[in-house]
Design a protein around this ligand. Structure first.
Ligand code: PEP
Ligand code: MN
Length: 355
């Protein structure tokens, strides 16, 4: 049972609901979000009925949720959630592009990347300062210095920053530095202690799919974040492991409509880590937008062959601009728009190549 409190419900109303659940011998979990408080009853729900709560002060609604994930389920929240990042909506009509290099390298690299991100029309910039590398001997990221470079370069164009958090001990630093979106990578999707901590803060979280995680496991990971009170979660499909070895991962396009049905949270797609090759990015990104993705996370680099990390999959600034226009046309075809792309229909007239 989940009890949805009215946005203005006071502490005494919340306490009364808690007391009623406890009196029935069930456990209680309170998730205090910035917009509203959600109260879950834990245990044998058959003892409870929505009518027991709906007459209480401050209660908007109460309902049984059949799925194991509750707060993130569309069952109770029919409308799609829009997560705002400095006013930029993720999950609305417009498809958002988040672009930038795999990893932060140098000041000139970041400045050129930020200029390309902005010129292409993307409204948010990505860049890894702390990198989860398969080899301990590979470049591990520029760390705090990298975070500063990302902030500086993105700031020149007013772009909010998206960067990966791997270690819970860095969370305070991320908050202090004003990271706009915390990315939880595929390798940490089930790092439950990390999820619990980002669940306590009021910063949007991109939760990437574990490379071998089922939809249900992924949504349960999101539930960890929501249970802590952080309801600003964006799910990111980034390819899964299968028997196929011809490309880095298999982009699970099916996940997009499936998630849109199961959860009210926005869903974005990372075609770069899915395909692992720059030439695959355009096709995979188009498929994602056609399938209903609310946004994309794409790696670009001012000079891909020189990239310190994931060089094979980075787009050049020119390729990125062409991609944005193409995605504008794809978005339009499915009744949406591509944020930052003004005239997709003019693409054909201008004779721009479709990659
Ligand atoms: C990344 O986005 O830089 C990254 C490491 O992605 P993933 O966690 O999906 O591998
Ligand atoms: Mn990468």
């Amino acid at each position: 049972m989940i009890v949805v409190m009215q946005p203005d419900a006071g502490e005494s109303a919340i306490a009364a609901v808690e007391a009623k659940i406890l009196a029935e011998g069930l456990g209680v979990h309170v998730s205090r979000g910035t917009e509203r408080t959600l109260i879950g009853a834990i245990g044998d729900e058959r003892k409870l009925s929505p009518a027991m709560f709906e007459t209480l002060q401050g209660v908007e609604r109460a309902l049984h949720i059949v799925k194991p994930y509750k707060l993130v389920a569309r069952e109770w929240h029919k409308a799609s959630t829009v997560v705002k990042v400095r006013g930029i909506p993720i999950g609305g009509d417009a498809v958002q592009m988040i672009a930038g290099p795999c990893s932060v390298e140098t000041a000139p690299q970041m400045r050129a990347a930020a200029a390309a991100v902005a010129a292409g029309g993307a409204r948010l910039m990505r860049g890894g300062a702390f990198k989860p590398r398969t080899s301990p001997y590979a470049f591990q990221g520029a760390g705090l210095e990298g975070l500063a470079l990302l902030k500086e370069a993105a700031g020149r164009h007013g772009l909010p920053i998206v960067t990966e958090l791997m270690d819970v001990r860095m969370l305070d630093t991320f908050l202090r530095e004003g990271v706009d979106v915390i990315q939880i990578g595929t390798r940490n999707m089930q790092n439950f202690d990390l999820l619990k901590e980002v669940g306590k803060v009021d910063v949007p979280v991109i939760l990437k799919r574990g490379m071998s995680a089922t939809i249900s496991e992924w949504l349960m990971a999101a539930e960890y974040v929501a249970a802590g009170g952080n309801h600003r979660i964006i799910l990111c499909e980034r390819g899964i492991r299968t028997f196929e070895t011809a490309y880095r991962n298999v982009l699970d396009v099916t996940a997009v409509p499936m998630l849109k049905r199961e959860t009210h949270l926005p869903v974005i797609v990372d075609p770069s880590h899915a395909g692992g090759k720059a030439w695959l990015v355009s096709a995979l990104a188009s498929a994602a937008v056609a399938a209903g993705a609310d946004g994309l996370l794409v790696e670009i680099h001012p000079n891909p062959p020189e990239a310190w990390c994931d060089a094979d999959q980075a787009l050049t600034p020119a390729e990125f601009t062409v991609l944005m226009r193409k995605l504008g046309a794809v978005a339009e075809a499915v009744g949406r728009s591509m944020a930052g792309v003004t005239a997709p229909a003019s693409m054909q007239r201008e004779g721009l190549p479709i990659v």
